[in-house]
Design a protein around this ligand. Structure first.
Ligand SMILES: C[S@@+](CC[C@H](N)C(=O)[O-])C[C@H]1O[C@@H](n2cnc3c(N)ncnc32)[C@H](O)[C@@H]1O
Length: 291
């Protein structure tokens, strides 16, 4: 549905209250494959924009964010992070967590679930020793629409054709008409929760591994910095953080340091050494900067 520059400006302003990563490509935004803001009683996009200008209610802002946020994702997206997980990161976490036999993974900004489910399939395929561990993969997103789709775990042909090896499709999915339903042995490793990365987080476990990919691109410098602080607080100090290909934590080097393995760059919480100089009047252990 085409959208004028003025209408787009109103919609963009309303949606940015709820989500920082809105589509940039208007006018001409194709709303038809997204949850429609018109579900809120307006008969047309123009009527909806008029309603929004008269009554800037939170539920209308949320409807706009749902309609305009970029939800692009795919199974095993970008491949290399998954190679690094298989070759280096998961083996290191298994060695680290051997005593407690627990592995908590967070797909922050999970969209329709492909990232969380890709990790679950990777664990089932390559790490059978985790079968009796407490393994939990939490997917979170600001959008209810994508969380519902993630929980439903039924994907269209076009979605399973992107990045998912045929062998895994046949092994872990059941065909239902034109769609593919992910089997319960994969789904039961994952749970999905609503969480806005730009606001205080709901109660979540401490994570050994966090994937924060392809969501920071549109955040302001200030939002990025507070997201990194929040994510850091949610992580095991020995944990691992993976960002998207085009993303860096260059403005949070006090919180994260970089490491390189399997041809892939990832991040780990920066170790903070207590100040040991007893003659320094202000000597006290360093702590991570506040939010
Ligand atoms: C482009 S998708 C990335 C999905 C997946 N991480 C990947 O790399 O394939 C970005 C997701 O970030 C979510 N998102 C945008 N702003 C967010 C926020 N403030 N808090 C949490 N999720 C957000 C969107 O709803 C969308 O599903």
């Amino acid at each position: 549905m085409p959208c004028s520059d003025l209408n787009y400006a109103v919609l963009r302003h309303a949606g940015s209250d709820e989500s920082a990563s809105l589509v940039e490509s208007l006018p001409g935004l194709p709303f038809e494959h997204r949850p429609s803001p018109m579900a809120n009683g307006a008969g047309s996009l123009q009527e909806f924009v008029n309603l929004l200008r008269l009554e800037p209610a939170p539920h209308l802002h949320r409807a706009v964010a749902e309609a305009m946020t970029i939800h692009e994702t795919s199974f095993f997206r970008d491949v290399r992070p998954f190679d690094a997980l298989r070759q280096t990161i998961i083996p290191a976490l298994i060695a680290q967590n051997q005593a407690k036999r627990r592995l908590h993974i967070w797909s922050a900004a999970c969209s329709t679930g492909q990232e969380a489910y890709s990790i679950a399939m990777l664990l089932l395929e390559h790490f059978p020793q985790l079968a009796d561990w407490d393994v939990k993969i939490v997917g979170s997103d600001v959008s209810q629409f994508v969380l519902d789709a993630a929980r439903h775990a039924r994907y269209r042909r076009m979605e399973v054709n992107r990045g998912l090896p045929v062998r895994l499709l046949v092994k872990y999915f059941t065909r239902v008409g034109d769609e593919w339903q992910l089997q319960s042995r994969v789904r039961e490793l994952c749970e999905f929760r609503e969480a806005n990365l730009c606001a205080p987080l709901p109660p979540l476990p401490v994570f050994d591994l966090v994937l924060l990919r392809n969501v920071l691109l549109y955040f302001s410098h200030t939002d990025r910095s507070s997201v990194f602080a929040r994510v850091r607080r949610q992580m095991n100090p020995q944990g691992f953080l993976l960002l998207g290909n085009a993303e860096q934590a260059e403005d949070s080097t006090d919180r994260f340091s970089t490491e390189f393995a399997a041809d892939y760059l990832f991040y780990r919480p920066a170790t903070h050494r207590p100040v040991t100089c007893s003659s320094c009047p202000d000597a006290r252990p360093a702590s991570f900067p506040p939010d």
